[in-house]
Design a protein around this ligand. Structure first.
Ligand SMILES: C[S@@+](CC[C@H](N)C(=O)[O-])C[C@H]1O[C@@H](n2cnc3c(N)ncnc32)[C@H](O)[C@@H]1O
Length: 211
């Protein structure tokens, strides 16, 4: 599970608002906020796979008076990232947020967190094999509640996997709501709505990070 990369340091570009990573983050945050705005007053559950320090969901919740209607589970393996996310959630009074140190590649880690109304899969699909990306996308119906939304990211560096990702999502029962692929930066952000039938959570591994 330890792929040798410093996933704590990976977050440093977020401090530069002009960095591609910060731009990607703002897009993800906008999609999360819009998703909440479209569902005013409803209790909602959010799952973030490989949540890192939780900059996306935690910043959005901290900015909203209705944060307490959202129960969020952040699954992250790196202990310093887990600690950073927990510290931030506590500082912002987000007591409906749980940060779990676990292997997000193991379906057992999701037992307490599914089915979720929103699944955030940011920084996952570009760090796993294409075969694991396919497996993970086809496992999403086990993580999603009926009508759930998935917000995902993927680099478009050659060979660009996003056409396959979008096709696999369609095959798995998702309809595309948005796909943003800005010029001059390699990232892309997608938003898909689950139109299929939720599936019971199975056992097994769906991905392993590669360095
Ligand atoms: C590319 S970063 C993305 C972080 C966050 N989602 C974001 O977009 O800011 C990938 C994250 O996945 C975490 N990670 C790697 N393997 C993992 C695993 N098996 N289970 C849970 N988290 C993992 C890393 O520690 C890192 O924080």
């Amino acid at each position: 599970m330890n792929d040798g990369k410093d996933w704590y340091a990976w977050h440093s570009p977020y401090t530069d608002p002009g960095s591609p990573l910060a731009r990607r983050l703002r897009l993800v945050q906008q999609h999360i906020a819009a998703w909440l705005d479209e569902r005013p007053g409803e209790p909602m559950s959010v799952l973030s796979m490989c949540a890192g320090q939780g900059h996306d969901i935690l910043a959005v919740l901290a900015s909203r008076p209705d944060a307490r209607r959202v129960s969020a589970t952040l699954i992250e393996y790196e202990p310093r990232n887990v600690a950073a996310a927990r510290t931030r959630a506590i500082a912002d009074g987000l007591d409906t947020v749980t940060v779990t140190q676990a292997d997000a590649g193991d379906l057992a880690s999701y037992r307490q967190a599914v089915p979720a109304d929103l699944v955030i899969m940011a920084g996952v699909l570009g760090n796993i094999s294409d075969a694991d990306a396919h497996t993970t996308i086809h496992a999403l119906p086990q993580l999603c509640a009926a009508g759930a939304t998935v917000i995902w990211t993927r680099t478009r560096r050659a060979p660009d996997l996003t056409p396959a990702v979008r096709r696999w999502l369609a095959d798995a029962g998702f309809s595309e709501q948005a796909f943003t692929a800005p010029d001059a930066v390699p990232f892309s952000v997608g938003v898909h709505r689950f139109t299929g039938t939720p599936q019971p959570l199975k056992n097994g591994k769906i991905f392993q990070f590669i360095a």
